[in-house]
Design a protein around this ligand. Structure first.
Ligand SMILES: [Zn+2]
Length: 100
């Protein structure tokens, strides 16, 4: 499931979502209806956990003496998978969620 605009119901494409992710702005404009959309605080929590995965992959690899080149390759693959999946975790809201 990709994120869906809560204003017009348009489903955002993977590419749109990734682009919005990198602007790091809280308010993201829907490419279809131009309404401001906010990610839910639930999404931010999940993303925080997901972005730790490459780190958790790196630590055991380096402590088991896996050659640097191989661990780096594995971590890069994991990062790519995380990026591919992240937009699917996005949930949009018309209102800005209070963080606490
Ligand atoms: Zn929209």
């Amino acid at each position: 499931m990709m994120p869906t605009c809560q204003n017009c119901g348009q489903q955002w494409s993977w590419f749109t979502t990734v682009k919005k992710m990198f602007t790091l702005k809280k308010k993201m404009m829907c490419p279809n209806c131009q309404a401001g959309q906010y990610v839910t605080s639930d999404t931010l929590q999940k993303n925080g956990m997901v972005s730790m995965i490459p780190l958790f992959t790196w630590v055991p690899l380096s402590s088991f003496g896996v050659p640097l080149l191989i661990s780096a390759a594995v971590v890069i693959i994991v990062v790519l998978i995380v990026f591919a999946l992240m937009p699917k975790l996005y949930k949009l809201s018309n209102e800005e969620d209070p963080l606490w």
